[in-house]
Ligand binder design. Structure first.
Ligand code: HPA
Length: 277
């Protein structure tokens, strides 16, 4: 048995001792968004510190707990807080929770993050459905699938074309319409961070075709697709990343998350209500 496979099995065993549902949908809630799934029924909340292979979160605004239960009638496993590459975790550590979600029974992954909008006519508080990503650290060799491949977890060379194209896309837009959210669509570029972008980097990202920029999500989605999961992603635009704009800061990221919570949560509940497992 590979070490990774063994670690996944151990984490699952611990989680299953507490869980009262078998989750079919995994949710990752990013910066300031952990409270989106506070109202679970039949809930079991497990601190990351007590799950083998998980770590205590270090970033303010990120909680560190896995919550399992029912949301909008669906059995879900919610990662409240994630591990970031910029915190010093390896790409394997960053993506380990996604492996665990899959092993618990999740066939679908819904990812959320905070991101800087690269368009001058976008607004703080906008929500963007991620149509595709540019995984800059991955392209440079910081990729979660480098190393031996365990064929039980996925293929050696997984396709990433259409990673975000599936039957959940119309559900997302219908959910947005029914909850009064103007849902934007666009390409998410992931940078390692933790520094925010220079003006030249922002121009480069725009020229590459990115619409929003952040420091997470792409590694998790790559691993989810490797594992054969269906993926839906949303970015909350917490600030505008514009060459002639004002500098970004973490406080505004958290504040935007706080303000958008009711709208974002209502939309997510509607999405979940429509998911066919
Ligand atoms: N850049 C990178 N990551 C971010 C930003 C940003 O402007 N906003 C929130 N996360």
């Amino acid at each position: 048995m590979s070490i990774l496979y063994e670690q996944i099995t151990q984490a699952c065993t611990t989680i299953k001792m507490h869980a009262r549902v078998t989750p079919r949908i995994g949710l990752i809630l990013g910066s300031g968004l952990a409270a989106l799934a506070d109202e679970l029924t039949q809930a079991a909340v497990i601190p990351y510190a007590s799950i083998p292979g998980f770590h205590e979160p270090k970033v303010p605004g990120h909680r560190g707990e896995l919550a399992l239960g029912l949301m909008a009638g669906q059995p879900v496993a919610v990662l409240r807080g994630r591990f970031h590459f910029y915190e010093g975790y390896s790409m394997a550590e960053v993506t380990f929770p996604v492996r665990v979600l899959k092993a618990l029974g999740c066939q679908t992954l819904i990812v959320t993050n905070a991101a800087g909008g690269l368009h001058a006519d976008w607004q703080v508080g906008d929500i963007m459905r991620i149509t595709d990503h540019i995984f800059l650290p991955g392209l440079m060799g910081m990729h979660p699938l480098i190393g031996p491949n365990d064929d039980r977890l996925g293929p050696r060379f997984p396709a990433m074309l259409n990673a975000y194209q599936n039957d959940l896309v119309p559900c997302a837009h219908a959910a947005a319409a029914s909850t009064g959210v103007r849902l934007r669509s666009g390409v998410y570029a992931m940078l390692a961070g933790p520094s925010f972008e220079t003006a030249a980097e922002m121009r480069m990202l725009r020229a590459m075709g990115a619409d929003a920029v952040g420091m997470s999500t792409a590694p998790e989605v790559v691993v989810a697709r490797h594992a054969g999961m269906r993926v839906l992603g949303f970015s909350l635009i917490t600030n505008l990343a514009l060459p002639d704009g004002s500098p970004a800061n973490h406080a505004e990221v958290l504040e935007a998350g706080e303000k958008a919570k009711p709208r974002f949560a209502a939309m997510l509940r509607q999405v979940l209500a429509q998911v066919v497992n």
